[in-house]
Design a protein around this ligand. Sequence first.
Ligand code: ASP
Length: 328
Amino acid sequence: MKHFSIVFAVLLFLLSNTLMAQGNYVLVIHGGAGNVTRQRITPELEGYYQAAMSRALKAGEEILKNGGSSLDAVIAAVVVLEDSPLFNAGRGAVFTIDGRNELDASIMDGSTARAGAVAGVTNIKNPIKAAHLVMTNSPHVLLSGRGAEQFAFEHGLEIVDPSYFFDQRRWDQYREFLRTTSPLRSQLNSEFSLGTVGAVALDMQGNLAAATSTGGMTGKMKGRIGDSPIIGAGTFANTQVAVSSTGHGEFFKRNLIAYDIAARMMYLGETVGQATNYNVMEKLRNLGANGGVIAVDKDGNIAMPFNTTGMFRGYIKSTGETAIRIFE
Ligand code: ASP
């Protein structure tokens, strides 16, 4: 009888823990890292950014609080940011050297380790939806250019005229980039490319997902593909952690930043804070690379380090805790 009640108590304890864990969800978003300071952003513009990020958090939370998946939540949040001209993704994408918009996006489902991505697309309104379709409806992980566009069209995604992505502010930046001579170009390049978007989430079932979408870098060569559609560089998720990156893509690709964060947690037992800090504040910074990441682990711990003056970022948790920040 005594043994029986001990077993019963242990079962009750385990059950209540599982139920508690099932109640927790977290959503974190970013809208790019870069040289953002109070001098550069008017209070009015700051308000617009905050409103857009708040809409993105709400769109994702709506799904999570109703028991939806982290995958659907990151898509919903990223779509809101893609539809806003404020961010360098979807509607507000930056221009290539020949004055066009070529968009990249990727998504990963941590619970199944499935992933999808598109690169260099020019007429898909929401590239993140196309990345998701590649994951669910094709045998591949990454489709590029024409093939990706045709695939998206055939699966009923909204196709727009490339002029949909024209934004005057981005065009002016592009023109300024063209007027600038070589040594200063790389500085302008990262400054004008600000605004890649991403989201990571933990849902009530304990599943993690990550998504990233971008127009890339101002003045990039035609056909250049950044880190954002590269699984392991711009986006990664497994059963432990979900990561979305932003910054100078070439460095993120050479160093597989998103995967390295997951690897350090797996192999070294680092926390999400330690693993993200090492990659952003030490590794990338020592290489002279600007950027940041957002990450959430399976217990709902979040990290949002960046080595620039600012990063558009925000989070919302099932506890009610929420924040939206831009500067350090
Ligand atoms: N990572 C993006 C790229 O290199 C740009 C950014 O996040 O600012 O395409």
